[in-house]
Design a protein around this ligand. Structure first.
Ligand SMILES: *[C@@H]1O[C@H](CO)[C@@H](O)[C@H](O)[C@H]1NC(C)=O
Ligand SMILES: *[C@@H]1O[C@H](CO)[C@@H](O)[C@H](O)[C@H]1NC(C)=O
Ligand SMILES: *[C@@H]1O[C@H](CO)[C@@H](O)[C@H](O)[C@H]1NC(C)=O
Length: 405
């Protein structure tokens, strides 16, 4: 996860530093990226990345009950279906940008799995709606609708296309929030899940260590009316210039690398930038963020402040109308009966060990819980973007799917 102040920080840095970075290109760098090459990974979207590395992607679009067009990318294969679900403000890119040697999508495809990669409503790849809605209506969703609408529609579609009864689910961060809400609010989907692997789960988040969380959370009402007032309903949308800026400062060895390091530290708590696979850092940095509704962020801030994993809080009067209760109902996790594997790390600012332990106490069907200790310094983003992602995460996932763990 990544919050509002980080975006302000990004813009300021961007304005002041882009020119500087441009001028400093000559400084020795490891030059993993050739910016003149239009086929450099920095410029490629998910479909282009998949094709470039010799896989054949398909676009699969589902229409949700509430009319959103959700795009999933598929790398078809004859094996069992696996669904990959990204984190907040991210996209299918997260399972692809490290390339075949480190990104999970390719690795699962190599093993014969039928790989499906979700794109949440509102991100750069899933922007459609069957009606021509006003912005204010279109962006009126949080991580809840991704769980209650997008994922069930997509899962039904996958099971129909593949003639399977079940699939395996792999979610990171917000992708775990989506999953827990789906299984709680639409419990009939539990039986469609063979195994779910939750990486850095996010549900109860009152122990988040993000340094700006208190400032943001105590001002959520202000933030919300500010965004509504200026007609901003989405954040962190895909921006070519910012992407390019990120790609440039995140090259290993450039002098402006400090800007990349600072931003990743301030936004995600990464002290050692080398823990993100350095060779692909410009590529991953140019692919995040990918867009999300402001309401999604507000919903997370509410969860932090209320210390409850609960539905969106509209204020007691509207809550009464929407939920017939002045307080938003909590998500009932005893209904999440699908078999779960949970991974978390002590060094994660967002999915903290205290919160995760609280969560797993409420979940009835934990098959295995894996914790990475503090001395490993394994931070949030490393579950998908880490230099150590193969040994810590991907290899374990392969064993789980193969019934060896
Ligand atoms: C957003 O959704 C809520 C709950 O479904 C509803 O009460 C509200 O009127 C909606 N707002 C807009 C602007 O569509
Ligand atoms: C949660 O679901 C369980 C299982 O159906 C049920 O027994 C329990 O009463 C529910 N809790 C609440 C607060 O609704
Ligand atoms: C942390 O975990 C690693 C890997 O499992 C282990 O080698 C190390 O001894 C652990 N350190 C502590 C302080 O428990």
């Amino acid at each position: 996860m990544n919050f509002g102040y980080a975006n302000v920080f990004r813009c300021v840095i961007f304005i002041f530093c882009f020119g500087y970075v441009q001028n400093r290109r000559k400084i020795k760098s490891n030059n993993y990226v050739d910016f003149k090459d239009p086929n450099s990974d920095v410029y490629l979207n998910s479909l282009q990345l998949i094709s470039k590395y010799g896989y054949t992607p398909e676009v699969q679009t589902v229409i949700t009950r509430d009319g959103y067009l959700v795009n999933a990318y598929r790398i078809p294969n004859s094996g069992p279906p696996v669904l990959l679900v990204h984190g907040i403000g991210d996209s299918s890119d997260s399972w692809l940008v490290l390339g075949p040697s480190r990104s999970l999508a390719y690795q699962l495809s190599d093993l014969g799995y039928d790989v499906w990669i979700y794109n949440a409503r509102g991100n750069k790849y899933s922007q459609g709606h069957i009606k021509n809605l006003r912005q204010k209506q279109y962006w009126n969703f949080t991580f809840e609708e991704m769980g209650t609408e997008d994922l069930p529609a997509l899962i039904d579609h996958i099971l129909l296309i593949t003639s399977q009864k079940q699939l395996s689910y792999i979610g990171f961060s917000q992708g775990t929030t989506n999953f827990l809400i789906m299984c709680s609010m639409r419990p009939e989907y539990n039986e469609k899940i063979k195994t779910a692997i939750l990486l850095a789960p996010v549900a109860w988040i009152s122990n988040i260590k993000y340094p700006f969380i208190d400032i943001l959370a105590t001002n959520i009402n202000l933030l919300q009316s500010f965004f509504n007032g200026i007609g901003v309903y989405d954040l962190f949308s895909d921006n070519v210039l910012i992407n390019l800026y990120h790609a440039k400062v995140c090259q290993d060895g450039v002098r402006a690398h400090i800007l990349c390091m600072l931003e990743f530290y301030i936004s995600y708590g990464i002290k050692n930038i080398k823990n993100l696979y350095p060779e692909k850092l410009p590529v991953l940095a140019s692919h995040i963020p990918a867009g999300v509704s402001t309401k999604t962020f507000i919903h997370y801030f509410q969860a932090y402040r209320s210390k409850r994993f609960q539905r969106f809080d509209y204020g007691s009067k509207t809550n009464q109308l929407v939920y017939t209760s002045p307080v938003p109902p909590t998500y009932n996790l005893s209904l999440v009966t699908a078999p779960l594997f949970v991974f978390n790390s002590d060094s994660d600012w967002f999915s903290t060990t205290v919160d995760v332990k609280n969560l797993i106490n409420k979940l009835p069907n934990i098959v295995k819980y894996v914790n990475f200790n503090e001395s490993l310094d394994f931070t949030h983003l490393e579950f998908v973007y880490g230099a150590r992602v193969n040994s810590f995460v991907n290899d374990e996932i392969k064993k789980i799917l193969d019934n060896r763990l």
